[in-house]
Design a protein around this ligand. Sequence first.
Ligand code: SF4
Length: 169
Amino acid sequence: MSKLINSYEIELNPPPSGKSGLWTVSARLKDDIAEVLPYLNAELKGADYDHNAQVLMWKTKERRYMFRPREISASRIEDREEGAKVAQKIVDDVNRIWERRSEIKPNFEQRKLPTVIDIYKLLPKTNCKECGYLTCMAFANDLREAQATISQCPYLSAENKDKLLQLFG
Ligand code: SF4
């Protein structure tokens, strides 16, 4: 049986400018994986899926993953070697789930991701750049895309931090 993902290219994305920290790895896919997303939604516990937007987010203890039709990305990467290993593992996992799809009931249920505006509303809106982003809006955008983490903003009130955590489940 042919694999769903046959080849991909690795891209490492640095932490925001001026910040040290962990990188994000993206596997740029030659194959379109939109069809597997409802199966991933069924199999990956706690995944957030937006069927219309064709994006699925999944969080484990170690990192956050984002799946789009031609891209899988993972956060909290130390270096290129770790990025390559993490990308290969998640690609293998997706291929395995695709191979077993006849045994899986696809889940089209959406748990819609918060909008950038929903997230922005909870940020301090001072554009202080402490998180490494030029604006709170840019930070909100990357939080939604799992390219940033809530802890990067040191000025969040405890209340809004809790609300943000709830937004992301
Ligand atoms: S650290 Fe917080 S307040 Fe400052 S720019 Fe980033 S998100 Fe906005």
